[in-house]
Design a protein around this ligand. Structure first.
Ligand SMILES: *[C@@H]1O[C@H](CO)[C@@H](O)[C@H](O)[C@H]1NC(C)=O
Length: 372
Protein backbone atom coordinates (compact mmCIF):
# COMPACT_ATOMS: atom_id res chain seq x y z
CA UNK A 1 0.00 0.00 0.00
CA UNK A 2 2.81 2.38 0.87
CA UNK A 3 4.24 2.17 -2.58
CA UNK A 4 1.06 3.12 -4.42
CA UNK A 5 1.31 6.92 -4.09
CA UNK A 6 4.87 6.73 -5.28
CA UNK A 7 3.89 4.72 -8.34
CA UNK A 8 1.10 7.15 -9.10
CA UNK A 9 3.47 10.06 -8.72
CA UNK A 10 5.97 8.38 -10.96
CA UNK A 11 3.55 7.52 -13.76
CA UNK A 12 2.09 11.00 -13.54
CA UNK A 13 5.44 12.70 -13.77
CA UNK A 14 6.22 10.57 -16.76
CA UNK A 15 2.97 11.51 -18.41
CA UNK A 16 3.54 15.18 -17.70
CA UNK A 17 6.96 15.13 -19.24
CA UNK A 18 5.22 13.75 -22.30
CA UNK A 19 3.20 16.96 -22.32
CA UNK A 20 -0.10 15.26 -21.62
CA UNK A 21 -1.66 17.81 -19.33
CA UNK A 22 -4.81 15.79 -18.85
CA UNK A 23 -2.97 13.37 -16.65
CA UNK A 24 -2.35 13.87 -12.97
CA UNK A 25 -4.89 16.45 -11.97
CA UNK A 26 -5.61 14.29 -8.98
CA UNK A 27 -8.08 15.44 -6.41
CA UNK A 28 -6.72 14.05 -3.16
CA UNK A 29 -9.97 14.45 -1.29
CA UNK A 30 -11.72 12.25 -3.81
CA UNK A 31 -9.03 9.65 -4.22
CA UNK A 32 -8.96 8.99 -0.47
CA UNK A 33 -12.58 7.91 -0.24
CA UNK A 34 -12.28 4.54 1.48
CA UNK A 35 -13.65 1.53 -0.32
CA UNK A 36 -16.52 -0.27 1.33
CA UNK A 37 -16.75 -3.60 -0.40
CA UNK A 38 -18.84 -5.01 -1.89
CA UNK A 39 -20.28 -2.41 -4.24
CA UNK A 40 -22.53 -2.18 -7.26
CA UNK A 41 -22.74 0.56 -9.91
CA UNK A 42 -25.04 0.68 -12.91
CA UNK A 43 -26.12 2.96 -15.73
CA UNK A 44 -29.50 4.68 -15.17
CA UNK A 45 -31.76 4.53 -12.12
CA UNK A 46 -32.21 0.77 -12.50
CA UNK A 47 -32.58 0.47 -8.73
CA UNK A 48 -34.20 -2.99 -8.69
CA UNK A 49 -31.34 -4.39 -10.73
CA UNK A 50 -28.76 -2.86 -8.39
CA UNK A 51 -30.64 -4.17 -5.37
CA UNK A 52 -30.68 -7.67 -6.81
CA UNK A 53 -26.93 -7.55 -7.46
CA UNK A 54 -26.43 -6.12 -3.96
CA UNK A 55 -28.42 -8.96 -2.38
CA UNK A 56 -26.45 -11.54 -4.35
CA UNK A 57 -23.02 -10.13 -3.59
CA UNK A 58 -23.84 -9.53 0.09
CA UNK A 59 -24.97 -13.13 0.26
CA UNK A 60 -21.52 -14.25 -0.84
CA UNK A 61 -22.00 -14.49 -4.61
CA UNK A 62 -19.04 -13.65 -6.81
CA UNK A 63 -18.98 -10.33 -8.64
CA UNK A 64 -19.64 -12.27 -11.84
CA UNK A 65 -22.76 -14.04 -10.53
CA UNK A 66 -24.05 -10.84 -8.94
CA UNK A 67 -23.73 -8.84 -12.14
CA UNK A 68 -25.62 -11.55 -14.05
CA UNK A 69 -28.38 -11.58 -11.41
CA UNK A 70 -28.61 -7.78 -11.53
CA UNK A 71 -28.86 -7.54 -15.31
CA UNK A 72 -31.31 -10.47 -15.43
CA UNK A 73 -33.59 -8.46 -13.15
CA UNK A 74 -33.62 -5.66 -15.71
CA UNK A 75 -34.33 -8.14 -18.51
CA UNK A 76 -37.34 -9.47 -16.59
CA UNK A 77 -38.58 -5.98 -15.68
CA UNK A 78 -37.83 -4.78 -19.22
CA UNK A 79 -36.16 -1.70 -17.72
CA UNK A 80 -37.17 1.41 -19.69
CA UNK A 81 -38.35 -0.85 -22.50
CA UNK A 82 -34.78 -0.95 -23.73
CA UNK A 83 -33.64 -4.07 -21.91
CA UNK A 84 -35.19 -7.50 -22.36
CA UNK A 85 -38.00 -8.77 -24.58
CA UNK A 86 -40.77 -6.71 -26.16
CA UNK A 87 -38.71 -3.56 -26.80
CA UNK A 88 -36.91 -1.88 -29.70
CA UNK A 89 -38.48 -3.75 -32.64
CA UNK A 90 -36.23 -3.89 -35.69
CA UNK A 91 -37.37 -3.10 -39.25
CA UNK A 92 -39.15 -6.47 -39.35
CA UNK A 93 -40.84 -5.88 -36.01
CA UNK A 94 -38.65 -8.38 -34.21
CA UNK A 95 -36.89 -7.83 -30.87
CA UNK A 96 -33.35 -9.18 -30.67
CA UNK A 97 -31.01 -8.96 -27.70
CA UNK A 98 -27.34 -8.15 -27.08
CA UNK A 99 -25.52 -8.94 -23.83
CA UNK A 100 -22.08 -9.45 -22.37
CA UNK A 101 -20.46 -10.48 -19.14
CA UNK A 102 -16.78 -9.97 -18.32
CA UNK A 103 -14.70 -11.33 -15.47
CA UNK A 104 -12.11 -8.71 -14.54
CA UNK A 105 -10.00 -11.30 -12.70
CA UNK A 106 -9.38 -13.62 -15.65
CA UNK A 107 -10.43 -11.26 -18.48
CA UNK A 108 -12.73 -14.05 -19.63
CA UNK A 109 -15.72 -12.77 -21.60
CA UNK A 110 -18.97 -14.26 -22.87
CA UNK A 111 -21.29 -12.34 -25.16
CA UNK A 112 -24.26 -12.77 -27.47
CA UNK A 113 -25.36 -10.50 -30.31
CA UNK A 114 -28.66 -10.33 -32.21
CA UNK A 115 -29.96 -13.13 -29.98
CA UNK A 116 -33.42 -14.31 -31.12
CA UNK A 117 -36.18 -16.23 -29.32
CA UNK A 118 -34.41 -16.33 -25.92
CA UNK A 119 -35.28 -13.83 -23.19
CA UNK A 120 -32.37 -14.32 -20.85
CA UNK A 121 -29.62 -12.64 -22.83
CA UNK A 122 -27.03 -12.17 -20.10
CA UNK A 123 -27.48 -15.74 -18.92
CA UNK A 124 -26.84 -16.80 -22.51
CA UNK A 125 -23.69 -14.64 -22.46
CA UNK A 126 -22.60 -16.31 -19.21
CA UNK A 127 -23.04 -19.75 -20.85
CA UNK A 128 -20.63 -18.63 -23.59
CA UNK A 129 -18.18 -17.55 -20.89
CA UNK A 130 -18.51 -20.72 -18.82
CA UNK A 131 -18.85 -23.50 -21.36
CA UNK A 132 -16.90 -22.38 -24.41
CA UNK A 133 -13.55 -20.99 -25.39
CA UNK A 134 -15.34 -18.42 -27.53
CA UNK A 135 -16.16 -14.84 -26.67
CA UNK A 136 -19.13 -13.89 -28.87
CA UNK A 137 -21.94 -15.91 -30.47
CA UNK A 138 -24.59 -14.29 -32.67
CA UNK A 139 -28.03 -14.68 -34.18
CA UNK A 140 -29.94 -17.94 -34.54
CA UNK A 141 -26.93 -19.99 -33.68
CA UNK A 142 -26.46 -18.15 -30.39
CA UNK A 143 -30.11 -18.91 -29.63
CA UNK A 144 -29.70 -22.60 -30.47
CA UNK A 145 -26.61 -22.71 -28.24
CA UNK A 146 -28.44 -21.08 -25.31
CA UNK A 147 -31.44 -23.39 -25.63
CA UNK A 148 -29.22 -26.46 -25.94
CA UNK A 149 -27.67 -25.58 -22.59
CA UNK A 150 -31.02 -25.22 -20.89
CA UNK A 151 -32.30 -21.66 -21.27
CA UNK A 152 -36.03 -21.40 -22.05
CA UNK A 153 -36.74 -21.05 -25.75
CA UNK A 154 -37.58 -20.62 -28.48
CA UNK A 155 -40.04 -17.95 -27.25
CA UNK A 156 -41.64 -15.01 -29.02
CA UNK A 157 -39.83 -11.83 -27.92
CA UNK A 158 -42.52 -9.53 -29.34
CA UNK A 159 -45.34 -8.04 -27.31
CA UNK A 160 -48.55 -6.32 -28.35
CA UNK A 161 -46.80 -3.03 -27.52
CA UNK A 162 -43.74 -3.69 -29.63
CA UNK A 163 -45.85 -4.85 -32.57
CA UNK A 164 -48.01 -1.74 -32.22
CA UNK A 165 -44.96 0.52 -32.17
CA UNK A 166 -43.66 -1.21 -35.27
CA UNK A 167 -46.89 -0.93 -37.26
CA UNK A 168 -47.14 2.79 -36.38
CA UNK A 169 -43.60 3.20 -37.68
CA UNK A 170 -44.52 1.42 -40.92
CA UNK A 171 -47.54 3.71 -41.29
CA UNK A 172 -45.27 6.74 -40.88
CA UNK A 173 -43.19 5.64 -43.86
CA UNK A 174 -40.58 3.94 -41.66
CA UNK A 175 -39.38 7.14 -39.98
CA UNK A 176 -36.88 7.35 -38.43
CA UNK A 177 -34.50 4.73 -39.77
CA UNK A 178 -30.79 4.08 -39.95
CA UNK A 179 -30.20 4.18 -43.70
CA UNK A 180 -28.14 6.67 -45.63
CA UNK A 181 -27.04 7.24 -49.21
CA UNK A 182 -29.79 5.09 -50.67
CA UNK A 183 -32.68 5.26 -53.09
CA UNK A 184 -35.58 5.66 -52.67
CA UNK A 185 -35.17 8.58 -50.24
CA UNK A 186 -34.79 6.96 -46.83
CA UNK A 187 -36.30 10.04 -45.17
CA UNK A 188 -39.63 9.63 -46.90
CA UNK A 189 -39.84 6.00 -47.95
CA UNK A 190 -39.58 2.48 -46.66
CA UNK A 191 -37.28 0.10 -48.46
CA UNK A 192 -36.24 -1.93 -50.18
CA UNK A 193 -33.41 0.46 -50.87
CA UNK A 194 -30.55 0.41 -53.31
CA UNK A 195 -27.27 2.33 -53.16
CA UNK A 196 -26.97 5.85 -54.60
CA UNK A 197 -24.49 4.78 -57.19
CA UNK A 198 -23.46 7.51 -59.55
CA UNK A 199 -23.10 10.41 -57.16
CA UNK A 200 -22.03 12.86 -59.87
CA UNK A 201 -24.94 12.19 -62.19
CA UNK A 202 -27.52 15.04 -62.22
CA UNK A 203 -30.21 12.46 -62.86
CA UNK A 204 -29.26 10.48 -59.79
CA UNK A 205 -28.97 13.69 -57.77
CA UNK A 206 -32.63 14.32 -58.49
CA UNK A 207 -33.53 10.93 -57.11
CA UNK A 208 -31.02 11.12 -54.31
CA UNK A 209 -32.05 14.52 -52.96
CA UNK A 210 -32.53 13.26 -49.45
CA UNK A 211 -30.95 14.30 -46.20
CA UNK A 212 -28.87 11.20 -46.41
CA UNK A 213 -27.32 12.72 -49.48
CA UNK A 214 -26.58 16.02 -47.72
CA UNK A 215 -25.17 14.20 -44.79
CA UNK A 216 -22.86 12.32 -47.07
CA UNK A 217 -21.61 15.59 -48.57
CA UNK A 218 -21.20 17.08 -45.12
CA UNK A 219 -18.91 14.33 -43.89
CA UNK A 220 -19.07 12.05 -40.93
CA UNK A 221 -21.51 13.96 -38.75
CA UNK A 222 -23.97 11.87 -36.86
CA UNK A 223 -27.57 12.85 -36.56
CA UNK A 224 -29.88 11.22 -34.12
CA UNK A 225 -32.90 11.68 -36.41
CA UNK A 226 -35.14 12.48 -33.52
CA UNK A 227 -34.53 9.15 -31.86
CA UNK A 228 -34.76 9.82 -28.17
CA UNK A 229 -33.11 8.44 -25.14
CA UNK A 230 -35.37 5.44 -24.85
CA UNK A 231 -34.16 3.92 -28.07
CA UNK A 232 -30.57 3.76 -26.86
CA UNK A 233 -30.46 2.67 -23.26
CA UNK A 234 -28.36 -0.16 -22.03
CA UNK A 235 -27.95 -1.56 -18.58
CA UNK A 236 -24.25 -1.68 -17.99
CA UNK A 237 -23.32 -2.76 -14.47
CA UNK A 238 -20.14 -3.32 -12.49
CA UNK A 239 -19.81 -5.21 -9.22
CA UNK A 240 -16.82 -5.36 -6.89
CA UNK A 241 -17.20 -8.27 -4.47
CA UNK A 242 -15.79 -8.75 -0.96
CA UNK A 243 -12.59 -10.22 -2.36
CA UNK A 244 -12.01 -7.27 -4.69
CA UNK A 245 -12.97 -9.20 -7.81
CA UNK A 246 -14.60 -6.98 -10.41
CA UNK A 247 -17.12 -8.05 -13.05
CA UNK A 248 -19.14 -6.09 -15.59
CA UNK A 249 -22.24 -6.99 -17.54
CA UNK A 250 -24.48 -5.42 -20.17
CA UNK A 251 -27.90 -6.19 -21.59
CA UNK A 252 -29.99 -4.35 -24.16
CA UNK A 253 -32.50 -4.88 -26.94
CA UNK A 254 -30.58 -2.36 -29.02
CA UNK A 255 -31.70 0.52 -31.18
CA UNK A 256 -35.38 0.88 -32.09
CA UNK A 257 -36.07 0.21 -35.81
CA UNK A 258 -32.53 -1.00 -36.33
CA UNK A 259 -31.68 -2.75 -39.57
CA UNK A 260 -32.10 -6.49 -38.89
CA UNK A 261 -28.77 -8.04 -37.98
CA UNK A 262 -27.47 -4.92 -36.26
CA UNK A 263 -25.37 -5.56 -33.18
CA UNK A 264 -24.62 -2.61 -30.94
CA UNK A 265 -21.92 -1.80 -28.43
CA UNK A 266 -23.44 -3.95 -25.67
CA UNK A 267 -21.64 -7.21 -26.45
CA UNK A 268 -18.40 -5.57 -27.66
CA UNK A 269 -15.62 -5.86 -25.11
CA UNK A 270 -14.33 -2.44 -24.11
CA UNK A 271 -17.23 -0.60 -25.72
CA UNK A 272 -20.23 -0.75 -23.37
CA UNK A 273 -18.25 -2.25 -20.50
CA UNK A 274 -14.78 -3.27 -19.40
CA UNK A 275 -13.20 -4.43 -16.18
CA UNK A 276 -9.81 -5.31 -14.80
CA UNK A 277 -9.33 -6.15 -11.11
CA UNK A 278 -5.99 -4.38 -11.15
CA UNK A 279 -7.57 -1.07 -12.14
CA UNK A 280 -11.36 -0.76 -12.06
CA UNK A 281 -14.31 -0.81 -14.42
CA UNK A 282 -16.47 1.22 -16.77
CA UNK A 283 -19.99 0.99 -18.17
CA UNK A 284 -21.39 2.99 -21.09
CA UNK A 285 -24.72 3.72 -22.73
CA UNK A 286 -25.83 5.78 -25.69
CA UNK A 287 -25.42 5.79 -29.43
CA UNK A 288 -23.71 2.43 -29.59
CA UNK A 289 -23.05 2.48 -33.32
CA UNK A 290 -20.77 5.44 -32.80
CA UNK A 291 -19.45 4.69 -29.34
CA UNK A 292 -18.23 1.21 -30.24
CA UNK A 293 -15.82 2.76 -32.74
CA UNK A 294 -13.90 4.28 -29.82
CA UNK A 295 -13.96 1.47 -27.22
CA UNK A 296 -14.69 4.12 -24.59
CA UNK A 297 -14.72 1.72 -21.64
CA UNK A 298 -11.41 0.19 -22.62
CA UNK A 299 -10.11 3.75 -22.86
CA UNK A 300 -11.41 4.65 -19.40
CA UNK A 301 -9.83 1.62 -17.72
CA UNK A 302 -6.53 2.09 -19.51
CA UNK A 303 -6.45 5.80 -18.63
CA UNK A 304 -7.04 4.92 -14.98
CA UNK A 305 -4.25 2.36 -15.22
CA UNK A 306 -1.94 5.21 -16.23
CA UNK A 307 -2.97 7.18 -13.16
CA UNK A 308 -5.93 9.27 -14.26
CA UNK A 309 -8.66 9.81 -11.72
CA UNK A 310 -12.01 8.25 -12.74
CA UNK A 311 -13.54 11.67 -13.48
CA UNK A 312 -10.76 12.68 -15.83
CA UNK A 313 -10.70 9.26 -17.46
CA UNK A 314 -14.46 9.49 -18.04
CA UNK A 315 -14.27 13.01 -19.45
CA UNK A 316 -11.39 12.07 -21.71
CA UNK A 317 -13.19 9.03 -23.17
CA UNK A 318 -16.29 11.09 -23.94
CA UNK A 319 -14.32 13.96 -25.46
CA UNK A 320 -12.46 11.59 -27.79
CA UNK A 321 -15.84 10.67 -29.34
CA UNK A 322 -17.16 14.23 -29.32
CA UNK A 323 -14.15 15.45 -31.27
CA UNK A 324 -15.21 13.33 -34.27
CA UNK A 325 -18.97 13.20 -33.69
CA UNK A 326 -20.02 16.52 -32.09
CA UNK A 327 -23.69 15.53 -31.98
CA UNK A 328 -23.39 12.02 -30.55
CA UNK A 329 -25.41 11.11 -27.50
CA UNK A 330 -23.80 8.97 -24.84
CA UNK A 331 -22.55 8.62 -21.31
CA UNK A 332 -20.48 6.39 -19.08
CA UNK A 333 -19.47 5.74 -15.53
CA UNK A 334 -15.94 5.02 -14.35
CA UNK A 335 -15.01 3.33 -11.09
CA UNK A 336 -11.56 2.46 -9.84
CA UNK A 337 -10.72 -0.53 -7.67
CA UNK A 338 -10.72 1.74 -4.61
CA UNK A 339 -14.38 2.56 -5.19
CA UNK A 340 -13.91 6.12 -6.46
CA UNK A 341 -16.55 6.68 -9.14
CA UNK A 342 -17.57 9.35 -11.64
CA UNK A 343 -19.69 9.85 -14.72
CA UNK A 344 -19.47 11.85 -17.94
CA UNK A 345 -22.18 12.59 -20.48
CA UNK A 346 -22.63 14.20 -23.86
CA UNK A 347 -25.89 15.32 -25.48
CA UNK A 348 -28.15 14.20 -22.63
CA UNK A 349 -28.36 14.15 -18.87
CA UNK A 350 -27.19 10.83 -17.54
CA UNK A 351 -27.86 9.07 -14.26
CA UNK A 352 -26.15 6.13 -12.64
CA UNK A 353 -26.98 4.10 -9.57
CA UNK A 354 -24.47 3.29 -6.87
CA UNK A 355 -24.50 1.20 -3.74
CA UNK A 356 -21.64 0.16 -1.47
CA UNK A 357 -21.50 -1.75 1.78
CA UNK A 358 -22.69 0.47 4.62
CA UNK A 359 -25.13 2.46 2.50
CA UNK A 360 -28.75 1.98 3.49
CA UNK A 361 -30.09 2.70 0.02
CA UNK A 362 -29.04 2.78 -3.59
CA UNK A 363 -28.02 6.32 -4.48
CA UNK A 364 -28.69 7.93 -7.87
CA UNK A 365 -26.04 10.28 -9.26
CA UNK A 366 -26.98 12.77 -11.97
CA UNK A 367 -24.40 13.73 -14.57
CA UNK A 368 -25.11 16.78 -16.71
CA UNK A 369 -23.70 17.00 -20.19
CA UNK A 370 -20.63 19.12 -19.84
CA UNK A 371 -18.26 20.94 -22.04
CA UNK A 372 -14.82 19.93 -20.94
C1 LIG B 1 -45.44 -12.83 -31.32
O1 LIG B 1 -46.23 -12.04 -30.46
C2 LIG B 1 -46.81 -10.90 -31.06
C3 LIG B 1 -47.49 -10.08 -29.99
O2 LIG B 1 -48.35 -10.83 -29.21
C4 LIG B 1 -47.73 -11.32 -32.18
O3 LIG B 1 -48.29 -10.21 -32.81
C5 LIG B 1 -46.94 -12.16 -33.19
O4 LIG B 1 -47.81 -12.65 -34.20
C6 LIG B 1 -46.24 -13.32 -32.53
N1 LIG B 1 -45.39 -13.99 -33.47
C7 LIG B 1 -45.42 -15.30 -33.65
C8 LIG B 1 -44.52 -15.83 -34.69
O5 LIG B 1 -46.15 -16.02 -33.01
Amino acid sequence: MEILPFILFFTCSLALTQASQLFCLQDESVSRVPLHKPLVISTWPFVEAVEMAKAAVEGGASALDAVVDGCTTCENLRCDGSVGYGGSPDENGETTLDAMVMDGTTMNVGAVGALRFVKEAIRAAKLVLEYTEHTLLVGDQASAFAVSLGLPGPVNLSTTDSMQKWSTWRKHRCQPNFWENVLPDCHTSCGPYRPCQDKSSPLELGDCSCDCWKRMLGGGMSTMKGIGRRSHDTISMAVIDKDGRIAVGTSTNGATFKIPGRVGDGPIVGAAAYADDDVGACGATGDGDIMMRFLPCYQVVESMRLGLEPQLAANDAISRIRRKYPSFIGALFAINKDGVHAGAAHGWTFQYSFWSSGMAKVKIFTVFPEVF
